[in-house]
Design a protein around this ligand. Structure first.
Ligand code: GDP
Length: 194
């Protein structure tokens, strides 16, 4: 099992469009736009072009479902341009809170920018709902080792304060050099109990 072969299942813009298969363990990826989410999912499953880059209009308002055989479901969540109180945000919240097979949410953060308010807001929301999440620092090839360690320590220090459901291991990945992808796959396998 090496995260292949991966295939696109469907895009959902409303709750009733979400695949009703809740047997396969599922993990979701979320983060601000341009964080490297599409590149990361493509890198994880070793298939360039599986997830289209999100610059096209409309893409931001979709949840995209992928699956790897019948073992794992991956969800590309829309960027943060939503509020939990508006209709679209309500749908996302409802998906997160009610999805029986959702094992973990991966929150992608750019280490050179650190945690933004939108990141901490979603973490609070996940904490309040008792949903397991884990922070993944993206594009680490852009930082020197020293700068990366400092950035990681800064994110860690902020998380310690009140993150309840945060898996206590921050990962760093680069879709460009493939660094960290195996570690991320390993935590997904663990989270999904695959
Ligand atoms: P998304 O909007 O979150 O899906 O982000 P994309 O995957 O489309 O990436 C946004 C931009 O960051 C693109 O220009 C990518 O080429 C670049 N990018 C993504 N991942 C990496 C990475 O690991 N290293 C570097 N240097 N650039 C990356």
């Amino acid at each position: 099992f090496f995260f292949t072969p991966a295939e696109f299942v469907k895009s959902a813009t409303s709750l009733h469009m979400i695949p009703d298969n809740t047997i396969i363990p599922e993990v979701a990826f979320i983060g601000r736009s341009n964080i490297g989410k599409s590149s990361l999912i493509n890198g994880l499953v070793n298939r360039n072009g599986l997830v289209k880059t999100s610059s096209k209009p409309g893409h931001t308002r979709m949840m995209n479902f992928f699956k790897i055989g019948d073992r794992l479901s991956l969800v590309d969540m829309p960027g943060y341009g939503w509020k939990s109180r508006d209709e679209w945000g309500g749908m996302i919240l409802s998906y997160l809170q009610n999805r029986k097979n959702l094992r973990r949410i991966y929150i992608l953060v750019d280490p050179s920018h650190g945690l933004k308010e939108s990141d901490t807001q979603i973490m609070k929301l996940l904490d309040n709902s008792g949903l397991s999440y884990q922070v993944v620092l993206t594009k680490i090839d852009r930082l020197s080792k020293t700068k990366y360690q400092a950035a990681k320590a800064a994110v860690e220090a902020e998380l310690v304060k009140d993150a309840i459901c945060c898996y206590p291991l921050i990962l760093g990945v680069s879709s460009k050099t493939k660094d960290g992808l195996d570690d991320l796959r390993a935590t997904i396998i663990k989270a999904g109990q695959l």
